[in-house]
Design a binder for this molecule. Structure first.
Ligand code: NAD
Length: 417
């Protein structure tokens, strides 16, 4: 797989190259995928609270729109730069195609430190950014969403600004909105829920009875705690969870609702009565069927991969497994459900939000989760089939499914010669 010593943009290019070669596709597929079709860099001027003018740099990438309008988050962070935005838009293309969403990949952001901005400054900056890119976004063109340091309130200001520019309410131009202005039920739980549904379908594919399985989860935040709750709801036994202060373990299974209530009071899971303490690193090596790293990147490395005893690893976090560890786990026959699929519940429910906005008809949470289950299940199946057909890791197989679909779309649209 892609050399992890490269920068994210070069790594994304290498992953596309490998997929095009494995599938024996026309070289033009790679030529079209190796960079965004369109990339915008904009100066975003805004007035500080003290009346001075400051200009930040904003970006928006449309990587590939063969399958539909581009879709992807907006990040506000000092490290945002052109290469990062391009790479993230490439990953979004893969994610959307893999999940069967009628979208291409996009991404954007502003190089800024939101912690240095007042609430009013954040609002002015968000509105100015939308003014700068208004002509290249829209519900049938490119649909942003929240990412690092952006949230439903920022999406609300942005949809308001865009609607003012257009002179009409255009809720479908952005997702991750507050419920009252066209957000979707289930959006907050989407990533954790989708992760668990993906892992459960993976278990089914390799004949593990999910209801008899033991689960360990590193990270008990938005993703980890929702996945833990869904796991117990769907009949598995969650024997360990952890947060940054450490973990808790109970071989008979933890009462996750009770652990959540405990965490609300004590801020961490450590000290929870019906459990033994366990170090964060040891959570990863427990004798469980399913391991879910849902905290940080690079926690499964060449050092500990050999000691992982789970049969399925569901990557809730982005990039929790290093490339060396990935190879070790593949040799051991551990099924690593890659982040690109495992944490795609968020973008899938974003898609549902956009569909509901276009229809102006809103679904219940139950309906959202039912459709999420269908889409995660289909993606797991397609990836698993590709894994069996080519004898490659699930991560590589995920790229093969996605690139094959995008290439088909580009071919019938007449982009390839
Ligand atoms: P969060 O901040 O809500 O939770 C993070 C959890 O990890 C917390 O329980 C924290 O205590 C724990 N943690 C921090 N340092 C730790 C350490 N050293 N050891 C063990 N636990 C530690 O974040 P989240 O939204 O749940 O996101 C978790 C991961 O999932 C991140 O990698 C994020 O990029 C990824 N992700 C999140 C979403 C989403 O929709 N929230 C979507 C895609 C990917």
């Amino acid at each position: 797989m892609a050399d992890s010593s490269l920068n994210p943009f070069l790594r994304a290019q290498q992953a596309f190259k490998e997929a095009v070669e494995t599938l024996n596709l026309e070289p033009a597929v790679y030529e079209l995928l190796r960079q965004p079709l369109r990339f915008f860099e904009v100066a975003v001027p805004f007035i500080r609270d003290d009346g001075t003018l400051q200009v930040f740099t904003g970006y928006r990438a449309h990587h590939n729109d063969a399958l539909g309008p581009t879709k992807g988050g907006l990040r506000f962070h000092p490290d945002v730069n052109a290469d990062e935005v391009k790479a993230l838009s490439m990953w979004m293309t893969v994610k959307c195609a893999l999940l069967g969403l009628p979208y291409g990949g996009g991404k954007g952001g502003i190089a800024c430190d939101p912690e240095q901005l007042s609430e009013l400054e954040l609002e002015r900056l968000s509105r100015e950014y939308i003014r700068s890119i208004a002509s290249v976004i829209g519900p049938d063109k490119d649909i942003p969403a929240p990412d690092v340091s952006t949230n439903p309130q920022i999406m609300a200001w942005m949809v308001d600004e865009y609607s003012r520019i257009r002179g009409e309410n255009t809720f479908g131009m952005i997702t991750g909105k507050p419920l009252v202005i066209g957000g979707s039920a289930g959006r907050v739980e989407a990533t954790g829920r989708g992760l668990l549904l993906a892992v459960r379908e993976m278990a089914r594919q390799i004949n593990i009875d999910f209801t008899q399985s033991r689960v360990a989860i590193q990270g008990f935040g938005n993703v980890g705690s929702v996945a833990a709750l869904a796991a117990t709801e769907l009949g598995a036994r969650v024997v360990s969870v952890s947060d940054k202060e450490g973990g808790i373990f109970n071989p008979d299974g933890l009462d996750i609702k009770d652990v959540l209530a405990y965490k609300q009071v004590h801020r961490n899971v450590t000290g929870y009565p019906q459990s033994e303490p366990i170090a964060n690193a040891d959570v990863l090596e427990l004798p469980v069927d399913i391991l879910i790293p849902a905290a940080l990147e690079n926690v499964i490395t060449a050092d500990n991969a050999g000691r992982i005893r789970a049969r399925i690893v569901g990557e809730g976090a982005n990039g929790p497994t290093t490339e060396e560890a990935d190879n070790i786990l593949f040799e051991k026959g551990v099924m690593v459900v890659p982040d690109i699929l495992a944490n795609a519940g968020g973008v899938t429910v974003s898609y549902f939000e956009w569909v509901q906005n276009q229809m102006r008809f809103y679904w219940t949470e139950e309906e959202v989760f039912r459709r999420l289950e269908e889409m995660m299940g289909a993606a797991i199946e397609a990836m698993h089939d590709m894994h069996e057909h080519y004898g490659v890791s699930l991560r590589r197989a995920a790229y093969l499914v996605a690139v094959d679909r995008i290439a088909q779309a580009m071919r019938v649209r007449g982009w390839l010669r």
